[in-house]
Design a protein around this ligand. Sequence first.
Ligand code: SF4
Length: 447
Amino acid sequence: MQQPSSNRIGFVSLGCPKALVDSERILTQLRAEGYEIVPNYENANLVVVNTCGFIESAVNESLDAIGEAIAENGKVIVTGCLGAKKEVILDKHPNVLSVTGPQAYEEVVRAVHEHLPPSHDPFVSLVPPQGIKLTPRHYAYLKISEGCNHACTFCIIPSMRGKLKSRTIDEVMREAEKLKQAGVKELLVISQDTSAYGLDLKYEEKLWQNEIFKTQFFDLCRAMSKLGIWVRMHYVYPYKHVDDVIPLMTEGALLPYLDIPFQHASARILKLMKRPASSENNLERIKAWRKICPDLTIRSTFIVGFPGETEAEFAELLQFLRDAQLDRVGCFKYSPVEGAKANELPNPVPEEIKDERYRRFMEIQAEISSKRLQQKIGKTMQVLVDEIRESEEGDVAAIARSSADAPEIDGLVFIENPPASIKPGQFAMVKIIDADEYDLYAEVFEN
Ligand code: SF4
């Protein structure tokens, strides 16, 4: 009879997709060493909490999660972005066993070894070659670099994660291939600044599949497009060289999707934010992209209520929204992250004005989004099925996404009464029959 393992680890992963990739790497290593990952505190011999420290609410969520793990289990190792501020954690939770910062994979694993030595059982030490995914099996995040060379005044990531550090293109592509071989149908390429990929390596050339590729954004897109699976680009800045990848999207080699965090439209505010590409003519660029690739989906995020933002500057942002007709938009009210330079700027915007601007912003975007989705009614499109859901009444629906929908952050395509042959992780052709503000409703055309 198999003995229950005494090397069971509970893992709490908080924060953004980048933190999720960190968690996956740590889990891959621990599994490779024979640790068992368990989904609850009571069966775990130790708990690792991967924290987020991006905004105040994330800090509080992380501190609460650590507190819960200590109360429920007692043996807790903390890592991740908030780990860069060790004193904040130790002040509140002096009993944690170890605190390390972001991407400190080796240190986390070392701390685990110290407090729960590995058992070296060759049968449990095997790890699937693609690593342990925390996302469903059919999509995965692929991190191409760490850190950032910019100094946006509202952000503390460069001080927590350091300067841009890219992985070479052959290493990235090898991981992409492994993920594909493991059944991944959609890769989500992430980093702090995807368009700057390879700058730190002087765009070093590498061999992949008998072809030379530069460690650089365009060549990355070119190489990715050879995989024959969905590839989605996140955190791209609207630099001139991004124009070159749009034809790959038109050809269908890459998903026609760009996630570009514009953050604002007023030149003065963008300058105060010290945003990359702030002097680019974004509206012209969006128009030109759509001319080449009419199906292009553009997702973006914005900040309202940045210190000093006047009503006229906010109106400029609303006008940009109307003109740009972006497909997917997220909005944050400015929140003063400790250590961010923007906190020193004069004329902070009062909370009630931030709330009001947020509401006006979201109202306009909801109208735009709804109109854009209405235009999709009657069209046929390919979707990737994420899950099959059954209601208490026994009604079955498939929850899927189109090329316009990144997981977790965008909309969904609901397929009611799908054929029994439809399974999660499969592609299907559907016909759109209805739409609301954010989601589409479809029937299966072919699968
Ligand atoms: S580009 Fe700006 S917002 Fe993004 S990580 Fe770098 S400094 Fe932060």
